[in-house]
Design a protein around this ligand. Structure first.
Ligand code: C2E
Ligand code: CA
Ligand code: CA
Length: 560
């Protein structure tokens, strides 16, 4: 750190000769600025801020003397930001200065230059160390700065170089925990060290500093550059001996020319937001925080603020999308998926993919999901009464929901209260949830299955479960991710993937549900390939419960 910036020292003395003697000694190591009295010094301190590392202060001066300046610095809280060494010729005034927060003394006539320099250095060091005493300086594994220390130095960087355009960069390895799980912690550690090496060698070119946020996320604060590929290239270089190119999944989010009036943490939040937005975009590695994201942030804040009122005022509506069994001659309605919508008083219809991920981040999703689960349970009971038939419903379960220790109790309660059978109340759990904390999830899923519930693995194919992991997962159906269905043609690559999934399902002995089926052609191809159940606009969009009743009542299962 030491050589990153030159520190500035303010010498305050009314005697030109004293200023010159001291200045000559100090300027061999520091940038020096001067003031002729306390008043002038205070103005300089106020305008330069804490980019001044130390003040050397004469006590006897006209206009405003040394102790008066110390008082003023106390009043403005500056004394805790900048150390002051008092220059005195008489012992008696020392006590007063000490009370006022002076850090050290130099007595006139001045000592040898080395002694003065040493004391100046010592004071600065003590002061800077004290400021960061709570931060553990380095991350042990990667030898980059730990998070707190990184932010502290990033802020100092700004103080020293207020005019330099800076970029806040976040680098992450997508689904790193999977590597840890599959290849062991030791291997994971090697990956992280290699990533840190790559980042370090990038900094040799760009300048700036880097730190480790947590597990697989790194920060860099660098003078502005235009092309961030250099990070990806350097990291890939270091990773190449450990991983195949196809196994590395780097994501980089940048808040470019970061607005310095924002707190440093917020600037990095923006970069994190950019980085997170890459999550589902294959082949995209770099994302730059832009206006659209800023607007999105405001929109998100709005949604978060309105959440409680929305629950209270029942603005969340549940729609039901039918699923059809296509194994026989005619498709038969076999169940429905409950999908939530938000009818917002100002924003109108808000799609769930705009608020579900947001509420997952904030843990609010559990409250929402329990509301939806209860609505769905009531709805099944209502249809039973209205239509004289049971329409099994599957509800979506977020990863966050499963963490709550009373999840299974809650499900059991609502199923019982509405007089349902567990087998008619199904749960959809997304594939990536299984791979994030598989042990706990498997426990919960096993419990639910033992109670009689059916579990569907949602969005299958979008995650990274290995065949090995799949065989140990307790599930009752695989729900093929929508993305697979797009573009299926006889014999093409997409179709081969679908066939592969069907084979996996066969091995596991579970049916396959294809969702997002929009055309007759898609439906036919899937049926021929051996897919069991179909959900999609081809049959019906998600419907409000009243419409669903009509739909189910009319067809009694013979829809098409
Ligand atoms: P999902 O669980 O994969 O739900 C299927 C999504 O595909 C739904 O989007 C559905 O409307 C849409 N879809 C169905 N058929 C077709 C089709 O033929 N073509 C196309 N293009 N799309 C089709 P929706 O309702 O917007 O929900 C999006 C996601 O939000 C859901 O994806 C699910 O992950 C989440 N979600 C929805 N409701 C809930 C809920 O109550 N709780 C939780 N935790 N998540 C929910
Ligand atoms: Ca689903
Ligand atoms: Ca899905």
């Amino acid at each position: 750190m030491e050589d990153l910036f030159e520190r500035t020292i303010l010498i305050v003395d009314d005697e030109a000769i004293n200023r010159e003697i001291l200045g000559n000694i100090i300027q061999s190591e520091y940038k020096v600025i001067y003031a002729e009295n306390g008043k002038e010094a205070l103005e300089k301190i106020q305008s330069e801020g804490i980019s001044i590392s130390l003040v050397l202060l004469d006590l006897l001066m006209p206009v405003m003397d040394g102790n008066e300046l110390l008082k003023a610095m106390n009043e403005e809280g500056l004394i805790t930001e900048i150390p002051v060494i008092v220059l005195t010729s008489e012992k008696s005034s020392e006590i007063e200065s000490l009370k006022l927060g002076a850090a050290d003394f130099l007595t006139k006539p001045y000592d040898r230059p080395e002694v003065i320099l040493a004391r100046v250095r010592h004071s600065i060091e003590l002061f800077e160390n004290a400021k960061i005493i709570h931060a553990t300086e380095f991350d042990k594994l990667t030898l980059l700065y730990s998070q707190d220390f990184f932010f502290e130095y990033a802020s100092q960087f700004d103080q020293r170089y207020p005019l330099q355009k800076m970029d806040a960069v976040v680098i992450n390895f997508t689904r790193f925990h999977l590597l840890n799980e599959l290849k062991g912690r030791m291997f994971g550690d090697q990956i992280l060290s290699a990533m840190a090496d790559g980042i370090r060698s990038t900094l040799l070119k760009t300048g700036g500093i880097a730190g480790r946020k947590d597990a697989d996320t790194f920060f860099a604060y660098i003078p502005h550059i235009d092309d961030y590929k250099i990070f990806i290239e350097k990291i890939n270089e270091k990773l190449s001996s450990l991983l195949k190119a196809s196994e590395t999944r780097l994501r980089l989010g940048v808040y470019t020319d970061a607005e310095k009036s924002l707190p440093i943490l917020l600037r990095f939040d923006h970069a994190i937001q950019a980085c997170n937005s890459i999550r589902n975009k294959a082949g995209e590695e770099i994302c730059i925080y832009d206006n659209q994201m800023a607007e999105r942030e405001v929109f998100n804040a709005h949604l978060l603020e309105d959440f409680e009122a929305a629950i209270e005022n029942r603005q969340f509506k549940v729609q039901y999308q039918p699923k059809f069994n296509i194994t026989g001659d005619t498709p038969r309605l076999c169940s429905a998926e409950a999908l939530v919508r938000w009818i917002h008083p100002e924003l109108g219809f808000v799609r769930p993919d705009l608020f579900i991920p947001l509420f997952e981040e904030n843990g609010l999703v559990t409250k929402l999901d329990r509301y939806v689960w209860e609505e769905a349970a009531k709805q099944i009971a209502l249809w039973k009464k209205e239509l004289g038939m049971t329409i099994p419903v599957s509800v979506n379960v977020s990863r966050v929901d499963i963490a709550a220790p009373d999840m299974t109790d809650f499900i059991t309660k609502i199923v019982k209260e509405n007089g349902l059978e567990a087998k008619d109340y199904m749960l959809e759990i997304t594939e990536s949830a299984y791979t994030s904390d598989s042990k706990h999830i498997i426990e919960v899923v096993e419990k639910l299955r033992s109670l009689g519930h059916k579990i569907e693995m949602d969005d299958f194919g979008s995650g990274y479960s290995s065949l090995n992991m799949l065989t140990s997962m307790p599930i009752d159906a695989l729900k093929l991710d929508k993305a697979f269905i797009r573009n299926i043609q006889p014999g093409n690559k997409e179709m081969e993937l679908v066939n592969l999934v069907l084979k996996i399902a066969q091995t596991l002995g579970v049916p396959v549900i294809a969702e997002g089926v929009e055309t007759e052609e898609e439906c036919r191809l899937l049926k021929e390939a051996g897919c069991d159940i179909i959900q999609g606009y081809y049959f019906a969009k998600p419907l409000p419960p009243e419409d669903f009743s009509k739909y189910a009542g009319n067809d009694k299962g013979d829809a098409k």
